[in-house]
Every structure is written in structure tokens, then in C-alpha cells.
Write a protein that binds this ligand. Sequence first.
Ligand code: GLU
Length: 447
Amino acid sequence: MKVNDIMAALEAKHPGENEYLQAVREVLESVEEVYNQHPEFEAAKIVERLVEPDRVFTFRVTWVDDKGQVQTNLGYRVQYNAALGAYKGGLRFHPAVNVSMLKFLGFEQIFKNSLTNLPLGGGKGGADFDPTGKSDAEVMRFCQAFMYELWRNIGPDQDSPAGDVGVGGREIGYMYGMYKKLAREHSTGALTGKAYGWGGSLIRPEATGFGAMYYVDRMVRQKGETMNGKTIALSGFGNVAWGAATKATELGAKVVALSGPDGVCELPNGIDKEMIDYMLVMRDSRRNKVQDMADKFPGKAIFTPGKKAWSVKCDIACPSAFQNEMNEEDAKMLIANKVQYVAEISNMGCQPAAIAAIQNAGIPFAPGKAVNAGGVSTSGLEISQNAGHINWTAAEVDQKLHKIMNDIYDMCVEYGKQADGSINYVKGANIAGFMRVAKAMLAQGIV
Ligand code: GLU
């Protein structure tokens, strides 16, 4: 395969789908050399098949708001690749959602899910619905209307969606209620991220953030250091940032920044338990304003409008909100402020030029598909518990999550070790994730 030829064909076929094209290029560039050592991959046209989703559903979602007005949104589910298991991946509710975004996220999901070593295929979905400022009743009506269209295409052995940006436990509850009613069966594995007590797993809400910090802890140890006393900047203040802040603090690190669409909150003394708990209140309010933290904790949180988390000096920077949230200028500012590690928790959180700047400065950089894989891993554990009618304790789930993250880290090192001894985590994650999928596709014939 020649990456440029494949990309030229894809660009012609999917003009303007920039996030999707960006994600595909990164993976293909990482795997090109290894791929070309496997003529059997080329003969089966593995890459040409892998870059296109198996199918994409697009549907109209119509619902009535609290004022009695009729609202229409677009809903989607991208079923990307099922070589390793039933399609698995989150649902994102955000006004910017479109096919290109969900194809990029679905494509990334294939390799992330492969890295977990669990039987999970790759998929993603969502809607251009904006949860900001919506009431509970509006969210419920939207979730029900969304599921009314999607329910036939999901199920534990078919496709199992979960949460993502804008979709948390509450939304999963509303969607599951409608799914159960329409399917006429309590088929818990059809959705993950359910609440504990009716099929949910303990630690699932924390899992993405916890898993990310387990991974970052290994990156830091790789350099002979520990997390103790390290300062961390996190972007966002949602579920992912909440889990990461909790675990980072537990590991002795100091969270010095959180951000939102309105600006950044600097936390000069780090974050305490009360502030971590307040992150959940802020998220549930659906106001989407990080300034609320500074209003609640004057002196402990200092708000600056319009600035990003990357303006705060830190040892470890973790984008944990949205794709492409760190640009080259942000990366240069972090480097000038002596950042030591950058680990994406959001999918594709850094722009390619930002990654290049960080890597060229010799700073370890790890990609979202490895760092944030703890979320979907714990979804896999949730499905196992559902299938076996068992409930593991929080400690049991946490221990399994920790082991999965350690294994992912080890694979990234194995496949990403460079001649000079440094580790290219991007290559490592892409090659390790890709090989498992490619071998499964090869074994399953031309389908
Ligand atoms: N949305 C999360 C992710 O990107 C979780 C997916 C899942 O649990 O299926 O991995």
C-alpha cells in the first residue's frame, strides 16, 4: 500500500470529511511499513476494506420541546468493523456531530477496542442534538425518539452503544427504557454505561479517567519518575476529566487546570474532594460553564475567560474534552512552559501539527485510542457481567481495568520502540491495534 494513493482516492470519494480523513491518514502512516511486509494483507485489500465502514445509518429524530415546539435533529450510527466482535462505541450528542466526525470516531474505535484485547468491534453514533440548557423532560423525549429509530439495529450480539460527549448515565437510562419497551426483552448488553442496579458496572463512570491515569502513570515511570507532585492540566470538566482528576489526585499529582467552552479555571493548590464532587454538579446542570467552579470556590479556582487549559504551566497536559482541541500554538506554549508529558484522553485531542511539535521537542506523547481505552474496556466488562448474570465488586472491576491498561501500555511499548530507545506511542498503538484486526479480517475471508 502507498498511503498517499489510498488517501487521494479517499479524498476524492469523501470530499470535505476532514476529521475522518485526518484519522485515517494517521493510522495508515503508522502501519505502512509493517503492512507492506505482509503481502497477504495487500492481496486481501485489508486497508481498502478497513477504511470504509460496514454501514452508516442516518435518521431523522423528531421530538417536542417544553414550549410545545416541534424539533428535528439528525441521528446516526456508524457500524464500522465487526472483525473482533459486535460493533461497540459511544453515542455523542453535540451540535457539531456529522457523518465525518462519527466516521473518524468509529475508525479510531476499531483500533482502541482491538487494543483492549476484548471481543469488541468498532462503531460510533450520535446526533446533532445540543444538551446545553435542555430540561430533563426534553432530554428524555429526545432519547426516546432517537431510540425509536435505532433499536432494530442494536443488541448485545449486534451493536452495543454507550455514552460519549453529551451522553451519560441519565441518557443511557432513557434510551435503554425505550429499547426495552420496543424490543420486548430485558437485553442489558444492548447498551453499556447503565446505572448500577439494573445491569450497570461499578467503576464504569470513572473508568475512562482512571484508565487514562493508569496509562500516564506508566509513561511517567518509563522515565524513572513518579506521579507524586506532578502538576496536570485537564481540559473540560465532564465525566472523563472528573475520573482523571479523581485518580490523578489519588496518585499524588496536582490538578492545576480545568477548562470549558467559556475559559479556564486555574487551581493553584490543586483540586480537593469537594471540588471534584462539584464537577458532577456542573455537568448535570447542563450549563456548560467552567466559571461555575470559580464562583463556588473563590480563591481556590481562578477563572480567566477565553483561555484554554494549555495556558497554565504544567508537567502533564491531558486534552480530555473534544477532538483537535490542542493546536500547534498551544503545544508550543506548553513546551515553552516545560511540559514533560502529553497524553490525549479525548479522541484525536491534538492537531497533527501539535503532535509533531511535541514529538520533535522529545516529549513523550500518547494518543487517545490507547490512553482513553479504559472506558470501552469497562463497557466490555459490563457486557461480560450482563451475560454471566454477575456483579463484580468495585475493587474487582478496578483491578481488571488496571490490568487491561497495563497490557495496552506494554503493547504500545513493544510496537512503538524506536532505534534510539525512545517510544513512539502513536505508532505503537496504531500497529498493535491494527495487527489484531487485520489478522481477524484475513481469517474471516472476503466479506
Ligand atoms: N465513548 C467511549 C469511547 O470512545 C466509550 C465507548 C463504549 O464504552 O462503548 O471509547
